[in-house]
Design a protein around this ligand. Structure first.
Ligand SMILES: [Zn+2]
Length: 329
């Protein structure tokens, strides 16, 4: 099988996105197109590092399906949930059981004989937003990845805000509510415990337990909302309010010129856009509220694309993308 995208321009870069439930790998060409893509479920994490094995296997399959030889692979970039040390490529802390201490870089670099960068999802999405699409050149820029949880990144003049331990912008664990829902981090009231994928799934379980005839999965609720189901519409509008509360706080702390949202929840952007924008603008200080808040052009692949940008920056391959404006330096 050969590459499916129209007129791909090689050589290629491999982008990987490790989410809480799924691993995604994609080949990116010199036009910035994802020309081959594969998604696999995250395996149960144990002592044998099956997560890294899954990454290697998925990337090999992507190369195979694309008919791309290893010699035509320029670099490999990986984005992941959890706190990652970008120097070692190791997940140094994660609320997810068994993830702390996983080395993502070494197995990938040994398998593909390339330098591999590992970056946090929020940072990767910020890089993608900064270097691609309508948000290009809008600095400083805040990215918010809303998947199962919430990860953020902030970039100004091409530099990521990292903090002393590479764990700045842990906005998903801002404790916005008291006492609030229990979070995966073990505390209560965190932003992501109330907004985002697993929060929404918990809310649906509560509705169902109370006797409401609703589906269990957010995407099914989105389908019903699109078909004018009133309860489902209000559930998504409330998601927008909750996300908007977190965005408003970040607007006041960071004063970005643009906010770019990405992640799987953004599939339903039209269902919560209005309430999110209204809440963010009502709650932030007026001077900080007038800011563009947009959905990424390809919200489910933003982290993957940003992982590629991080890898190209690390290798100083500023000539990789044919579009000169997509500078990676
Ligand atoms: Zn938390």
């Amino acid at each position: 099988m050969s590459i499916s995208s129209q007129n791909p321009v090689g050589p290629f870069a491999m982008g990987i996105d490790v989410g809480r439930t799924n691993v995604r790998a994609g080949l990116v060409d010199r036009r910035g197109q994802v020309v081959q893509f594969l998604e696999e479920a995250v395996p149960p994490v144990g002592q044998q590092n099956p997560l890294a094995e899954t990454l290697v296997r998925t990337c090999r399959e992507v190369l195979h399906r694309g008919g791309v030889k290893l010699a035509d692979l320029v670099t490999v970039g990986c984005a992941t949930v959890g706190h990652v040390d970008p120097d070692s490529g190791v997940i140094v802390a994660s609320p997810l059981q068994g993830w702390t201490g996983i080395d993502l870089r070494t197995p990938l670099s040994q398998s593909f004989q390339r330098t591999v960068t590992v970056e946090g999802e929020g940072n990767a999405a910020a890089l993608a937003a900064y270097f691609f699409g309508p948000s290009r050149d809008r600095s400083p820029l805040l990215s918010m990845v809303v998947g199962s949880g919430i990860d953020c990144g902030f970039i100004e003049d091409g530099r990521l805000l990292r903090g002393a331990k590479n764990s700045a912008l842990e906005a998903g664990h801002m404790r916005l509510f008291h006492p609030g829902r229990t979070c995966v981090c073990g505390r209560t009231g965190c932003f992501e415990a109330h907004a985002g994928g697993y929060a929404l799934a918990s809310l649906l379980a509560e509705y169902r337990a109370a006797g409401h005839e609703l589906p269990a999965r957010p995407e099914e609720v989105a389908e019903l909302a699109q078909a004018s189901h009133e309860t489902c519409i209000s559930i998504w509008e409330e998601q927008g309010v909750l996300l908007g509360l977190g965005v408003a706080i970040l607007l006041d702390i960071l004063n970005p010129a643009m906010v770019v949202l990405s992640g799987g929840i953004l599939r339903s952007w039209n269902l919560f856009k209005k309430s999110l924008l209204k809440t963010a603008r009502d709650k932030a200080m007026p001077r900080n509220a007038e800011v563009a808040i947009v959905c990424a052009p390809d919200p489910e692949r933003a982290c993957l694309l940003g992982a590629v940008v991080a890898a190209l920056r690390a290798e100083k391959r500023y000539d990789f993308f044919l579009d000169a404006q997509a500078e990676t330096g």
